[in-house]
Design a binder for this molecule. Structure first.
Ligand code: NAD
Length: 218
């Protein structure tokens, strides 16, 4: 594409985007969906990859720099013909031909959150958003609001009544309230979270026990 500058002199030439691979139009090409998940080695990303890989039409590419994520989260898919893992920092350009992108790579690890959405609900919401026709920003989260002390008390009660809760000083930039407004997600996607905090805590405990190889005491 060539544009004439307003002074009628210089020409600015923009390179057109690359053509899709000719394989896409070949007779033997299967109508697969190629999906890029940035940050796919992280917590939400790896659960999303598990769900996407259930569909045999999906090819999944993960781009992750392993800042906070780990290959361990994806070990069941490494070597799978429909899966590809790329060590890549998404602040650098990446040339891949894909149909969909879930962008979950995050640059600011450590920020606290109070929206306790169980990961299966989050993955379901993200996939509904991707598969629908709505393009505007839509909040996906659990509006159930809990203070940190309520959370600590619930975890203590459900997991180990013997643990001692210690209060520490807050960081100055910590948001006081986090409660997503999911009206749009309900109306446009017909989505709302199903797993309540009290149901999610034992599931989370089980998941951590498996990851850390810690057996339950009888
Ligand atoms: N977990 C939650 O409760 C929660 C709640 C609300 C929003 N989110 C958002 O969802 C996203 C994913 O959250 P998560 O809990 O899975 O976090 P996570 O830290 O487990 O995953 C983030 C992944 O992105 C990768 N990454 C970071 N910077 C990168 C870069 N420059 N290039 C490539 N990869 C990079 C990390 O290595 C990691 O694998 C984040 O944007 C987070 O803010 C998470």
């Amino acid at each position: 594409m060539a544009n004439e500058g307003s002074n009628g002199g210089s020409h600015v030439t923009t390179k057109p985007p690359p053509e899709p691979s000719p394989l896409r139009r070949a007779k033997f090409f299967q109508a697969n969906m190629r999906i890029l998940v940035t940050g796919g080695a992280g917590f939400i990303g790896s659960h999303l990859v598990d769900k996407l890989m259930e569909n045999e039409k999906n090819e999944v590419i993960v781009a992750d720099n392993y800042f906070t994520g780990s290959k361990e989260n994806l070990k069941q898919w490494i070597g799978h013909p429909r899966f590809e893992l790329i060590r890549h920092d998404v602040t650098e350009p990446l040339l891949v031909e894909v149909d969909r992108i879930y962008h979950l790579a995050f640059q600011l690890p450590g920020t606290q959150t109070r929206s306790f959405c169980y990961v299966s609900d989050m993955v379901d919401g993200l996939m509904r958003l991707m598969e629908g026709d709505n393009t505007g920003p839509i909040n996906i989260g659990n509006p159930g609001e809990f203070t940190m002390s309520e959370l600590a008390e619930t975890v203590k009660e459900m997991i180990n009544p013997e643990v001692k809760i210690i209060s520490v000083e807050n960081t100055p930039d910590d948001p006081r309230q986090r409660k997503p407004d999911i009206t749009k997600a309900k109306e446009l996607l017909g989505w709302e979270p199903k797993v309540k905090l009290q149901q999610g805590i034992p599931l989370m405990e089980e998941d951590f026990r498996k990851r850390l190889g810690i057996l339950r005491k009888n």
